[in-house]
Design a protein around this ligand. Structure first.
Ligand code: ARG
Length: 248
């Protein structure tokens, strides 16, 4: 009899744990989905393939993370500024867009753990524009990016031309409407590979850390993403995805 009671108690506990697990399903903007804003003008991190699908390091990573946490990854394309705002306003669950962790942004997002780093580089038509030259140049940037912030802070808005997408920034460079572009070096390399003639110079701006900006206050989601991300870093998946896109 005692054994029967013990068994019944054990079964009830298993059921209770299972129920608690089900109740703790992640709370997201749309049930069962992880909706994220992204500016897909940013190869190799996020861009549109020939069929218009949003692909790149981060969309691939997001699919892997979401498999682990039981959600479907759903990207929503918008300009970078809009992507930041959408997550800040809780219209999406996160901004996943090569976002650099900054003190200002920490006030409006809960950043997941960082998974890679970059630094700023200068791209110009013949690759001769250096950091010392910037004070005399018109610098093309994507609006709202760290490149925009550095250029405006250091040289004044008169020296800055801000565009909504990097596609437009690089068109302006090719048309001679700006002298150079200040942007993340990993992305600079991709544009150089795509557009003949362009070349880049390094800068001594600080190293920047990329992380997903989770809509503030969703601690369960943040922890789930960090848990999945840690596993994917540990087993080499993150590096494999980065290597795959950097090589292309
Ligand atoms: N890392 C830079 C920043 O956070 C640029 C990000 C731009 N991202 C994009 N998908 N266009 O400001």
């Amino acid at each position: 009899m005692k054994k029967m009671i013990a068994l019944a108690l054990a079964l009830m506990m298993v059921a209770a744990v299972a129920l608690a697990g089900a109740e703790a399903a992640l709370n997201t903007v749309e049930a069962g989905k992880f909706t994220y804003s992204t500016s897909p003008d940013f190869p190799p991190f996020e861009y549109k393939d020939d069929d218009g699908n949003i692909v790149g390091i981060e969309p691939d990573l997001m699919v892997k993370i979401c498999e682990k946490i039981g959600l479907e990854a759903v990207p929503m394309a918008m300009d970078f500024d809009g992507a930041l705002l959408a997550a800040q306003q809780g219209k999406v669950d996160a901004v996943v867009s090569g976002v650099t962790v900054t003190e200002e942004r920490k006030l409006v997002f809960d950043f997941a753990d960082s998974y890679t780093t970059i630094t700023q580089a200068i791209v110009s038509k013949d690759g001769t524009v250096t950091q010392e030259d910037l004070k005399d140049k018109l610098i093309g940037v994507q609006r709202g990016t760290t490149g925009n912030i550095y250029a405006s802070d250091d040289f004044g808005d008169d020296h800055v031309a801000a565009y909504d997408t990097y596609t437009l920034v690089f068109e302006a460079l090719q048309n001679g409407q700006v002298d150079c572009v200040l942007l993340d070096d990993a992305v600079a390399k991709q544009f150089i590979a795509m557009i003949p003639g362009l070349a880049m110079q390094p800068t001594d701006y600080p190293i920047e850390e990329y992380a997903f900006g989770i809509s503030k206050g969703n601690t369960a989601l943040l922890e789930a993403i960090n848990g999945a991300l840690a596993e994917l870093i540990e087993d080499g998946t993150v590096q494999a995805i980065i290597d795959q896109y950097m090589a292309e």
